[in-house]
Design a protein around this ligand. Sequence first.
Ligand SMILES: [Zn+2]
Length: 106
Amino acid sequence: MGAAVRTSDGSIRPGAVVENVSLGLAMCAERIALFASIAADDARPTAVALVAPRTDGVLTYPCGACLQVALELGGPEMIVFAGDADGDAVESATVGELLPKGPKKN
Ligand SMILES: [Zn+2]
């Protein structure tokens, strides 16, 4: 799986899933890309794209943890693109649509 984040200033930060023998220590490609953007002191993330094998025949979207991070860093209008590894299909939705009742910062 691979991901990339685009920011409001046009920066693009890539991410790749990092697996670990201890599953709890693995990290999704989307969060790696989001955190790389923060580490680089980029502007606000505006979109995240995930390219991954399909799950049960449908495009794979970011997990709940990644959506929560995206909500906090980019807000509910941040666009999420999901594409398959063949490049045959791409769908999009906002973080707010995918995580409509996600936790908000106070
Ligand atoms: Zn995730």
